[in-house]
Ligand binder design. Sequence first.
Ligand SMILES: Cc1cc2nc3c(=O)[nH]c(=O)nc-3n(C[C@H](O)[C@H](O)[C@H](O)COP(=O)(O)OP(=O)(O)OC[C@H]3O[C@@H](n4cnc5c(N)ncnc54)[C@H](O)[C@@H]3O)c2cc1C
Length: 122
Amino acid sequence: MLTERQPSLPYALVHEDTLTYIIPRSGDCVLGGTNDDFDDLLPSDETTRDIRRRCASVVPEGVPALGVRVGLRPFRDGGVRIEADRTFDGRRIIHNYGHGGSGFTVSWGLCGGGGTAYPPRV
Ligand SMILES: Cc1cc2nc3c(=O)[nH]c(=O)nc-3n(C[C@H](O)[C@H](O)[C@H](O)COP(=O)(O)OP(=O)(O)OC[C@H]3O[C@@H](n4cnc5c(N)ncnc54)[C@H](O)[C@@H]3O)c2cc1C
């Protein structure tokens, strides 16, 4: 959920047990989150209310909401796919997905930073 910015909050807050976070940005504030096993992109009113309730001690529920979005953390049953490939018209592509909730962190290493996971040339 996006709300109006809270000038009183100078840094992000994260509660690991409930996966609740409050992230102030330059013009607004991001409230979250959930750890549910589903892939529905439609926001649930019940979940939205729960997030607001969990964040209410820092961002009061009266602060106007600017929008609600669902973000997915896609996992793969077989693990991360990292593989060199070609498109049907011959352009080179590298598949690098399925990192779940760690994609921003680990994708850099899997792209060659660590070297070992980088796929062979095709
Ligand atoms: C709530 C949440 C919390 C997360 N927390 C963390 C975390 O703490 N640490 C961490 O490492 N990772 C975290 N992740 C995961 C991380 O955000 C993703 O793994 C990462 O962003 C994936 O990067 P990407 O470039 O593959 O895809 P994305 O970041 O999703 O980028 C894909 C881009 O393609 C654009 N796009 C899609 N379709 C089209 C189209 N047809 N034409 C043109 N453009 C298109 C989209 O608009 C988007 O800008 C979190 C994810 C979520 C949802």
